[in-house]
Design a protein around this ligand. Structure first.
Ligand code: UDP
Ligand code: MG
Length: 337
């Protein structure tokens, strides 16, 4: 793995990023002309995740201008994690770096990640030293989430890392075998194992536009992460109901003892009755709710749907050369079902 030439793919999911794309293209060009000059072949895979603005037009134009660009247009918005999956699966590099379109992840860090990869690491995380001007509420919730996630999933989850990371070809091959549709790549990548390391950077603010992760979407993502990695909530519901069952059995014994041994003809115990019914009603609802969550996910998974649907793909033939791939000529549209 010590040769200087590594064919590199950069994968970037794009959702309504028309404002940030010109800046992204400029920065990528700068890094290519400078730090990445002698690396090897380079492709930049942009996955348009059903944008409603001019993003695809911009991506498409860039593909026409520059054969290093690969454009994938998903048929609708599938969400960040699945758009990322689409890009990772289309990437042809020996090493693949995934990053955001908004330049919160600086492309200038890529050479450092490549250097770590050359030392034999299959996964190189870019870890944030600082989190730009993110509010403390986001930091605290993130810290809490990673703590819980790590405890229940049993795999170490690197802190302060988003989806800015490098994956080796063999890491990608293994990752592609994990087909869950509700996913958090941040949990799946540590799961595959192989030597993993991290490089540090300062996270900037978005160059333009707004985050696509408001609170409710973050919570959904966290829940997807937890349920895809662990059965802990299911087990928790189970232990709670077992505990309540024990208490209930004790109570029944007490009632029977009262009735037979002490001859106490139980006063109509409206309060205790109501209390019991309430507790058990609640416990059952909780249990059913958690069951429902997992059942829903099983339902989703047994359908074996593809993770995403590609509408169009623009890719120059450059990397197909010599492999007899017979791909489309430069700039020509390849449409995959
Ligand atoms: N993104 C996407 N699909 C979505 C939402 C976001 O492909 O449904 C992309 C977005 O264009 C960006 C990346 O995912 O490149 C991360 O999104 P964002 O920067 O809004 O998240 P944040 O950095 O605020 O967590
Ligand atoms: Mg961002």
């Amino acid at each position: 793995m010590n040769n200087a030439h590594i064919n590199l793919s950069i994968v970037i999911p794009v959702y309504n990023e028309a404002e940030t794309l010109p800046e992204l293209f400029r920065e990528l060009k700068r890094v290519r002309d400078a730090e990445l000059r002698n690396t090897g072949l380079l492709e930049i895979v942009l996955v348009d995740d059903g944008s409603k603005d001019r993003s695809w037009e911009l991506v498409s134009a860039e593909c026409d201008r520059d054969p290093a660009y690969v454009g994938i247009k998903l048929s609708r918005n599938f969400g960040h994690q699945l758009a990322l999956a689409a890009g990772l699966e289309a990437a042809r590099g020996d090493a693949v770096v995934s990053m955001d379109a908004d330049l919160q992840d600086p492309p200038a860090l890529i050479p450092e990640m490549l250097a770590a990869h050359r030392q034999g690491y299959d996964v190189v995380y870019a870890t944030r030293k600082s989190r730009g001007s993110e509010p403390w509420s986001k930091r605290v919730s993130a810290a809490l989430f990673y703590f819980v996630m790590e405890k229940i999933s049993g795999v170490p989850i690197p802190r302060n890392t988003g989806d800015f990371r490098l994956l080796s070809r063999r890491a990608l091959t293994e990752l592609a075998k994990l087909r869950e549709s509700h996913r958090l790549l941040r949990g799946l990548v540590p799961w595959i194992g192989f030597p993993q390391t991290q490089v540090m950077y300062d996270r900037a603010d978005r160059v333009a536009g707004e985050t696509h992760y408001p609170w409710h979407k973050m919570m959904l993502l966290a829940w997807d992460g937890i349920t895809s990695m662990s059965r802990a909530p299911l087990r928790l519901a189970y232990s709670v109901s077992m505990l309540l069952l024990t208490v209930f059995l004790g109570y029944v014994l007490y009632v029977l003892f009262n009735h037979f041994a002490r001859g106490d003809k139980l006063v109509p115990g409206w309060t205790s009755l109501m209390a019991t019914i309430t507790i058990f009603g609640t416990a059952q609802l909780v249990l059913l709710g958690v069951f429902g969550e997992y059942l829903g996910r099983i339902h989703e998974q047994v359908k074996q749907r593809p993770l995403y649907v590609i509408d169009q793909m623009k890719r120059a033939d450059a990397w197909g050369d010599g492999n007899g791939g017979g791909g489309a000529a430069r700039g020509e549209l390849q449409t995959r079902p």
